[in-house]
Design a protein around this ligand. Structure first.
Ligand code: ADP
Ligand code: ZN
Length: 728
């Protein structure tokens, strides 16, 4: 049977379906139409030329500015049995000659080149001897002076293209501005204008912003939930990177620093240990990330405020490239914004104005507490995001904050700023309001002011929060060096007109951690650990990063479906034919031994076993529901108790309930409601009121229902009743 894009995808790469845009781009390339593909980081751009490369008879030349990534890609290709190689300045003279020989004899499908290498006569002559079917230009925005990484060599690529007029051209980038796009097409002399723009939404990223209070402790707490999982922590300065690295190291964590102040080889070593899973965490300035392809980054923490939404999104985009859930946390406080603003003062006027605009957008985003995080981000990239609540950001998960009338305390604060002569910072103003007898207050005789001691009703923290809001709303301005506050005309106006001011009196609590709605991450952890250790051994033996052997998703699916035959192994995502024959036996053996020891049977509802691409026809895929969810529901419907379920699936009962709820919401039916009802401790009357409350308040959040019931029905009951309610 002739190969098709879909069969290559499954047999070689072990994937069941294309990601959005991939299929269209590939078809277009196969029809030899020049194409510009714009997809976010982690969107899966590489497959767009790797699949056609295996369908063309001739050679595919991939131009990439990142030498480090070439080696990585070539290793990944080899692991899947694809003949690929690179030629660049890192090769020895012999290796260079050897690789040229492979190309000349037509023994490779993909050739990765740096732009300057492609333009050398030696390589141009070599390519003239063979058939070049496709030029793939990765990071194509480097061609544009309007882009952020302009590379003059990219400008000359059109010369190379002219020499091979029959080769189709595919330009790929994650930068979407119209200007850069036009530039790419023009500079490459593209004959057609086929553009494919993927959505920039990355649904698997959980996006969260939390007030930055005690960042080191907050970070430690966060890391407690990501034991042994890879992640990046971005800091603003080198000093901060070094300090935090030391702090985390002292806490016993496996962590390395990365910034421009380190020696080249130390930086490289640190990056390498992160990529190879030898170090769990990398603490870095923004310099880190361009050259890495690590798919299993499970979290990104922004320890300091990024300068723009574009930087921020690019940085969090490095999480979860493998499509599995990943968590992005930004620690935010307003003084970070002030620090950044002060630094901008050194810039030229025009540049400064633009930078300020970017920073303001970033601050607005960080302070936003009611709109889905994805709305402003995607809007920034010119996309209208309508599918909110996305259920995967803090604002969609938590009820919106209570906005109240804060006119009186705001007036008190503003007047006190005025009475103290607009010469002091917030701390002193608050001391006066709260009637403090501190030396500084007495020294300036501020205990004699009419505003002295009129603000005892709020805590110091609440006043501080109020001051920040007044700054943000433009009632106050702050001098940079000494942070002294003064009134704006807006404030004088508000005081004179007694206008209403709304805001929050309570500083927002740190948001509750997201619920366990990521059912894809619920798998047998003990087996996963075994598989992962084996993968690391194999990777070290082969001298490649672990993900080259198998991505995490593959090991997770193995620990979910327990495949025990070569055939069912091929149904697991990421297992192509070559990898199955190379590593299948060793992994099957581990799974088999583990299952025997723990009496686990290969479940019947796992992906279909009848061979090629049939997974797409398995019932789970038809409904779009995850197979795991179906498995859980099936087990429950067969009469297993909640406790039994939790034990069997090695998760909490709350997780089981979340899964059942999701199952019902996605259209499934539960037959074992009696089991749920028997677990509720609240009386019949209370249950009735809870159902009424669910009717009125919806099922999304439990807190409002809990409050409506004045706390008389506990959360355990509410979680069960919510599932029952959803079944009605
Ligand atoms: P980009 O270059 O756009 O940042 P990559 O090409 O590196 O993204 O792909 C990111 C990850 O997604 C890789 O680990 C890749 O193997 C995986 N991937 C790409 N396409 C698919 C697909 N159709 N199904 C499953 N995984 C995919
Ligand atoms: Zn959201």
């Amino acid at each position: 049977m002739a190969n098709t894009p879909a069969s290559i995808l499954k047999d070689v790469f072990g994937y069941d379906s294309f990601r959005p845009q991939q299929h269209e781009v590939i078809e277009n390339i196969l029809k030899r139409r020049d194409t510009l593909a714009i997809m976010p980081t982690g969107g899966g751009k590489s497959l767009c030329y790797q699949v056609p490369a295996l369908l063309f008879n001739g050679l595919t030349v991939v131009v990439s500015p990142l030498i480090a990534l070439m080696k990585d890609q070539v290793e990944q290709m080899h692991a899947s049995g694809v003949p690929a190689l690179f030629i660049n300045s890192t090769l020895s003279a012999e290796a260079y000659q050897e690789n040229m020989g492979y190309v000349r004899r037509g023994e490779t499908r993909l050739l990765y080149l740096a732009p300057e290498t492609l333009l050398t006569p030696r390589i141009l002559d070599l390519l003239a001897e063979v058939t070049v079917d496709c030029f793939a230009i990765d990071e194509a925005h480097c061609i544009s002076e309007w882009g952020h990484d302009f590379r003059p060599e990219y400008r000359q690529l059109v010369e190379a293209r002219k020499r091979f007029p029959k080769a189709v051209c595919l330009a790929l980038t994650a930068t979407a501005t119209q200007r850069v796009r036009d530039d790419i097409r023009k500079s490459l002399g593209m004959s057609t204008v086929n553009e494919f723009i993927g959505s920039f939404n990355r649904p698997n990223l959980y996006i969260e912003v939390t007030p930055k209070r005690d960042p080191a402790i907050q970070t430690m707490k966060f890391l407690g939930r990501f034991k042994e999982q890879s992640g990046i922590i971005y800091c603003f300065s080198r000093r901060q990177v070094d300090e935090l690295t030391l702090y985390l190291k002292n806490k016993g964590l496996s962590v390395r620093p990365y910034h421009a102040g380190l020696q080249d080889d130390e930086r490289r070593r640190n990056q390498e240990s992160f990529i190879r899973d030898d170090a769990q965490i990398i603490v870095a300035t923004i310099a880190f990330g361009m050259g890495i392809n690590k798919p299993n980054v499970r979290f990104v923490i922004h320890y300091d405020l990024p300068k723009s939404l574009e930087n921020y999104y690019q940085e969090i985009g490095r999480a979860g490239r493998d499509g599995l859930a990943a968590h992005c946390l930004l620690l935010y406080n307003y003084s970070d914004a002030i620090k950044l603003k002060a630094l901008l003062k050194q810039k030229e006027d025009k540049e400064r104005l633009i930078a300020e605009k970017h920073l303001d957008a970033m601050v607005r985003y960080a302070e936003e507490q009611s709109v889905c995080r994805r709305v402003p981000i995607l809007n920034y990239f010119g996309e209208v995001y309508k599918e909110h609540p996305c259920h995967n950001c803090d604002n969609c998960e938590a009820p919106p904050p209570t906005i109240e009338d804060i006119t009186v305390p705001a007036q008190k604060f503003l007047s006190c700023v005025k009475r103290t002569g607009e010469r002091f910072g917030a701390t002193h103003v608050i001391d006066v309001l709260r009637g403090s007898k501190k030396e500084k207050v007495l020294k300036f005789e501020h205990e004699k002011l009419t505003t002295f001691g009129i603000g005892t009703e709020l805590t110091q923290k609440q006043w501080m929060h109020l001051a920040r809001q007044l700054l943000q709303m433009g009632y106050l301005q702050q001098e940079e060096e000494y942070h002294t506050l003064s009134l704006t005309t807006k404030a004088s106006e508000a005081l004179r007109m007694r206008s209403l001011i709304s805001g929050q009196l309570q500083e927002p609590e740190e948001k509750a951690l997201p619920g366990a709605n990521k059912d894809e991450l619920e798998y047998n952890h003990a087996l996963f650990a075994l598989l992962r250790a084996r993968r690391k051994e194999l990777a070290d033996q082969a001298g490649v990063p672990p993900y080259v052997i198998f991505p995490d998703r593959t090991l997770i699916e193995m620990s979910t479906y327990f495949p025990q035959s070569p055939q069912s192994l091929l149904d697991i995502t990421g297992v192509g034919k070559v990898k199955a024959s190379q590593y299948g036996e060793t992994f099957l053996e581990l799974i088999h031994t583990y299952c025997q020891k723990h009496n686990i049977l290969e479940p019947t509802s796992q992906p279909s076993k009848t061979g090629k691409s049939t997974r797409s026809s398995a019932p789970a895929k038809q409904t779009g529901m995850s197979p795991r969810l179906e498995m859980i529901a099936e087990c429950f419907n067969q009469g297993t108790s909640l406790a039994g379920m939790a034990e069997k699936f090695e998760v909490t009962q709350a997780t089981i309930l979340n899964n059942l709820l999701k199952y019902v919401e996605e259209g499934g039916a539960l037959q074992n409601l009696a089991e749920l009802e028997s677990q509720v401790s609240a009386g019949a009357m209370s249950q009735l009121s809870v159902h009424t409350a669910f009717d009125e308040l919806g099922l999304e959040f439990l807190k409002p229902v809990y409050e409506r019931m004045n706390g008389t029905v506990n959360y355990e009951d509410l979680k069960i009743l919510r599932v029952i309610h959803a079944c009605r």
